[in-house]
Design a protein around this ligand. Structure first.
Ligand code: NDP
Length: 266
């Protein structure tokens, strides 16, 4: 078999051969595409999720090189057990993708403590403790690593009726920057992806409405993205190709965050 070489004559810089990755919320949507993409790039991949049938389906797709663990990302003890299972099965952990997430539209005037906590605990607290646990494993092994946090265009914008989501996703950016600086001396890089409107279960309801059509017209590249279209940027940040990138974010949104008016209006 011929090895592909990168611009410095090294083995393919985008290869994840020999690496082990954990993708939280990896049983469907963006997480599933990243998990399968990382596996195609050579990694052994573990995913976590709660839903039994979605977990069984991704288990089939990942096959014997994969590992599916039932774990709620809000539960630190469950995540600790999951990471320990990954260590036992694969002997290492090189890449963490903090992807698990939920969306729920609620006016701030109606928003309860339960709504707020569910959103913050899933996106922000889950990212905090999973990153901490994974970083400890990476540091023990001494080989560096990559942590990739899935933020959102709403890490930057102020969307109505999604205040809790925007607060959590903006928090993910602060966490990304601070972690990147603190963990740099261990060669652990920490970055964020900011997806725009991606075609998943999370967006299916809005996509089918007239609001979905208005959104589509504001996306310079002309359509909602597919989960697979997020994978390339994730691979860049997780692999040796991104070895000097840390503390930053990449928007994967078809140009949405720099667009002003719907296309064709002027
Ligand atoms: P999906 O609804 O398709 O998938 C969400 C995933 O997260 C599922 O695997 C789900 O698994 C998991 N999940 C949710 N809550 C928990 C939890 N408490 N513990 C463990 N797993 C959990 O969403 P997307 O793929 O669209 O979203 C993935 C990420 O991308 C999220 O962080 C989201 O905020 C972000 N994002 C999505 C955008 C989009 O347009 N789709 C845009 C910007 C950001 P299960 O239910 O089995 O636990």
């Amino acid at each position: 078999m011929t090895e592909s070489r990168d611009w410095n004559g090294h083995v393919d810089a985008f290869s994840l051969e020999g690496k082990v990755a954990l993708v939280t919320g990896g049983n469907r949507g963006i997480g599933r595409s990243i998990a399968l993409g990382f596996m195609s790039a050579g990694a052994r991949v573990a995913v976590t999720g709660r839903d039994k049938s979605a977990n069984a389906a991704i288990g089939e797709e990942l096959g014997s090189k994969g590992l599916v663990l039932v774990a709620d990302v809000r539960d630190e003890t469950a995540m600790e057990l999951a990471i320990s299972d990954i260590s036992h099965r694969f002997g290492r952990l090189d890449i963490l993708v903090n992807n698990a997430g939920i969306g729920k539209v609620t006016s701030v005037l109606e928003m309860s403590q339960v709504d707020w906590r569910e959103m913050i605990d899933t996106h922000l607290t889950g990212t905090f403790h999973t990153s901490k646990l994974a970083a400890r494993k990476m540091i023990d092994r001494g080989d560096g690593g990559s942590i990739l946090n899935i933020g959102s265009m709403y890490s930057l914008f102020g969307p109505p009726k999604l205040m809790h989501y925007a607060a959590a996703k903006a928090g993910v950016l602060g966490l990304t920057r601070a972690l990147a600086v603190e963990l740099a001396s261990y060669r652990i890089r920490v970055n964020a992806l900011l997806p725009g409107w991606i075609d998943t279960d999370m967006t299916s309801a809005v996509r089918a409405t007239t609001v979905g059509e208005v959104i589509r017209r504001k996306i310079p590249l002309g359509s909602f993205g597919t989960p697979d279209e997020v994978v390339g940027a994730a691979l860049l940040l997780a692999s040796r190709a991104g070895c000097y990138i840390t503390g930053t974010e990449i928007a994967v949104d078809g140009g949405y965050h720099v667009a002003d008016l719907p296309m064709g209006l002027i």
